[in-house]
Ligand binder design. Sequence first.
Ligand code: PMP
Length: 434
Amino acid sequence: MTKQTHTNAGLMARRHAIIARGIGNAHPVFAAKASNSEIWDVEGKRYIDFCAGIAVVNTGHCHPKVVEAIAAQVPQFTHTCFQVVAYESYVELAERICKLAPGSHAKKAFFMSTGAEAIENAIKLARAFTGRSAIIAFNGAFHGRTMYSLALTGKVDPYKTGFGPFPGEIYHAAYPSAVHGVSVDDAIASIEKLFKNDVEPARVAAIFVEPVQGEGGYIPAPPEFLQRLRALCDKYGMLLVADEIQTGVARTGKLFAVEHAGIVPDLMTMAKGLGGGMPISAVVGRADIMDHSNPGGFGSTYAGNPLACAAALAVLDVVEQEQLCLRSQKIGERLRSFFGDLAKKNACIGDVRGLGAMTAVEFFHDGDSTRPAPEIANALKAEALKRGLLLLTCGNNGNVLRVMTPLTIPFDVLDEGLGIIAAIIDELAAQGQA
Ligand code: PMP
């Protein structure tokens, strides 16, 4: 409150005194303003943003068209609750999303505010439609922090520690990852094993899958894996639900990541990139499934807020007008070529992978994939912050650097950020730390 607390350290002290411990912080800085791919903190220091608010501002911070759309809506009305007094932007957004989502069948949609809520509602739909109760998700998956989405999440610490017991009839199978020694055959076999040991397929309502596992380590599912999941779901009458919350809205070089595999999920969840920074999520899918509830079975006071709908419509315009799918591919090519070169010189970079701009680097001690090196990822992140570059890690072992730039990042700013990473890796190597 007093002026001298308006430093990063002062605000952090206030934050720690009053904000519950369970809310983490990747960086000890407070934002003052942001524009496209740059953020300035309260002390006036500039950062290049390779986080995009966790893959949210795909159209960049404060894209003028998104800001304009929100500003134009503010004086009209900011909230009526769609279920109480409807507004056209909600309907228009659903129309556009249903047209853009894969598949030529009839589709319907509705909106929520967060990714976890979209997942919760997709579970409700899968159960109501199939009359079955069990759900299969994957080891390493992240689907949210509400109790059911958390039950689907396949990583214990920090997400699940202390919060159990979780709702029943959630099963986890292996997710394919070449570098971790799990083949597509292994992953499919682990589902078949569930059918043998744990649950009969006729009890399974749906398989939930991230087409690129996000928090789990930016691991793209091989197209064959998604195709085989599709076939398995068709064989047993289970629904295939693609969680596109992190992969959606051009992040992987296509509007939705499942398009790379040419499959059509029965339901899709999306959030993050959709609102360009405004909180909005969506459930989209086959109209016959989506209609499987009485009026009032879905909804939420703030869901599909008019400011968020206006922002999302502007985001979809920008994605199209600025060809952000193409740009995402170009960013990805540049990132993987840069990290590929860096890996040739540095054994600690054991894997470079990605789909479109959704790119990751995994650190191992001496390139040995059985010896994850979170220390290197963390040292890189901490040093990058000092040099004005915001990075985030992920992965089951916390040893993965994931790059999530706004898709509108100018290439000179991208290269400036990559230059910082290269210099730090060189220095860590020289000090024997990498
Ligand atoms: N699913 C995936 C794939 C995600 O990446 C996330 C967020 N990281 C979620 C679900 C949960 O979204 P939210 O944090 O908005 O609840």
